[in-house]
Ligand binder design. Sequence first.
Ligand SMILES: Nc1ncnc2c1ncn2[C@@H]1O[C@H](COP(=O)(O)OP(=O)(O)O)[C@@H](O)[C@H]1O
Ligand SMILES: C[C@@](O)(CCOP(=O)(O)OP(=O)(O)O)CC(=O)O
Length: 468
Amino acid sequence: MKNTTVVSAPGKVLMTGGYLVLDQAYRGLVVGTTARFYTVIQSTQDERGLIQVRSPQFDTDANWSYTATIQDGKFQFASRPDTSQNKFVETCLRFTLEVIYERTSHLLDGGLLITIVGDNDFYSQRAQLESKKLPNTAESLTSLEPFCSTHATLGSVHKTGLGSSAALTTSLVAALFVHLAGSDLERDRALIHNVAQYVHCFAQGKVGSGFDVSAAVYGNHRYTRFNPEVISSVMNDQVDPKELLTALDPTTGSWDNTIVPFQLPSGLELLLADVDAGSHTPSLVSKVLAWRKNNPTEANELWGQLGNMNANVEQHLRNLSKASECDPEEYKQAVGQLAELKASEWYTVENKTPIMEEFIQLADDFGQVRAYLQKMSQLSDVPIEPSEQTRLLNACMDVEGVVLAGVPGAGGYDAIYCIVLSEKAKQGVRKLWSSWNEMNVGPLLAQADNKGIAKASVESVNGLARFL
Ligand SMILES: Nc1ncnc2c1ncn2[C@@H]1O[C@H](COP(=O)(O)OP(=O)(O)O)[C@@H](O)[C@H]1O
Ligand SMILES: C[C@@](O)(CCOP(=O)(O)OP(=O)(O)O)CC(=O)O
């Protein structure tokens, strides 16, 4: 398709580092997912500067129109009077177009038609499956068409926690740079990251750690956040374009975020589940941070202990990756043998190899991470790993071949993840989920995937062409 740009960006799972990663002194280990957001931009012959955006997976009002023009050399942006609001889409367009204009002195010759879709895993498919009288299993989810209708509005849709706004923002920002400024996603990655990070903070009205946008741009990594001061002076409606350009410029050296590549060791598979506990999780983050502020001594000790344990988990994973490369046969043998046992039984294996010891340490240290998160839950009185989730995670750990099971990100009732050693373990975990009664646990199809932002063609993305 001529004059068409497609850019996608992945969802994320923060395996370790929830809460701590808000602080520059600590790290987060984040994994990208195969679930992605796709932004398609088509140039149109419409009125110059007319930008129409649509999200066809939603029932009503998921169309937004804006105008972006240059008057007396100045960038002007407005939403059309008859349009509904989408803070993320609007903020992406407004600031990204402004940055592009400031950098290239050129904007639009005609109009733009922008189509945005997210993989099914970003939104709960429970209602969809029920209406088709299908059980909530991986097989049923596989039978749904790609980018299926959510039968909901953006306001009412049930999200699964993969980070729809970060993936949407990143894919839209990157697609605008490619389409209008001829950007190269490799070469201009840091600039795209900074703009997406800023836009995301602006739209959500607060500066979070930014690990979700970082994962959408770079895929898996160990993340250390940027100093929030980098953007604090431009977090206002009246921002001066030159000041914005300087604040987001990656060559000034002011952005101090770090990205250290990371891979899951071979043979390990990430499984995700969306949990519907029937209750709504309150804002966990502000309560935890308030507790930390009021109890600095106790909190700092806990942050230090949990930070060290998170670092141990990361190191075991890195050691295992190295072992799988240096000694593939022994590694395979260890994985095969351990996959037949519960992690709690691994210590009983006779003549354990160093690779097996590493797996045992990994499972033990991740158990410690959970213990510290449970302590954080109790002390701050916030349900980070609430007892319902503890029971579910313990049951997952009781399946043969499960290495670890935990709550991603901020925790709460909404989601869990497991890492398993075999197809049999994966089936065992999913069987457990489908029979779990205390809460409704539904599998997601997404797996770990290291690809950050990426260009595509319409034809290469299954199910995309029907929207264009
Ligand atoms: N498919 C989509 N099309 C357009 N905007 C979307 C889409 N999905 C999510 N968004 C934007 O992201 C917002 C949701 O952000 P948020 O509540 O922070 O959820 P999340 O935790 O998934 O990022 C929506 O209100 C909307 O502005
Ligand atoms: C608490 C945190 O450190 C991690 C939150 O991770 P989640 O994956 O739970 O995030 P949401 O997509 O906002 O639900 C906050 C942060 O780092 O910004």
